[in-house]
Design a protein around this ligand. Sequence first.
Ligand code: RTP
Ligand code: MG
Length: 143
Amino acid sequence: MAIERTFSIVKPDAVAKNVIGAIYSRFEAAGLKIVASKMVHLSKEQAEGFYAEHKERPFFPALVEFMTSGPIMVQVLEGENAVLANREIMGATNPAEAARGTLRSDFADSIDANAVHGSDALASAEREIAYFFTADEICPRTR
Ligand code: RTP
Ligand code: MG
């Protein structure tokens, strides 16, 4: 199995609920290691740039509004098949459809306020990591 890195966000709703640690614990329990982490409050421009692929979608303005509504945690997760592993931990985009025991089932309120983001492929993981972190802010974990 390949050791990968993926990009993750604890969204404003989950930060407001004070469940950053609970969410980080799920990553750790699944064997994913946090190799970079920081809290940021996105500007409108930063949020629009991050979600540029959704620019033409009807939910884009609401998404940008929500993602700028409060601070978020951004982190890089490292581990075996990290991209897919993190998507499994997160659950479906709509919490009403998310499997029991997933982050969105347990912590999300709606399709908009859905607690977490995770890269959907290796290529997007690379792009998203670079959007938030310089190379020297990422600390490889050998154990
Ligand atoms: P994310 O990018 O945040 O990890 O979520 P995702 O891959 O599961 O979903 P994606 O299709 O990339 O959509 C990004 C975020 O936009 C909001 N969304 N709202 N109202 C809607 O139909 C709708 N669809 C998507 C969600 O907050 C989703 O996480
Ligand atoms: Mg997505």
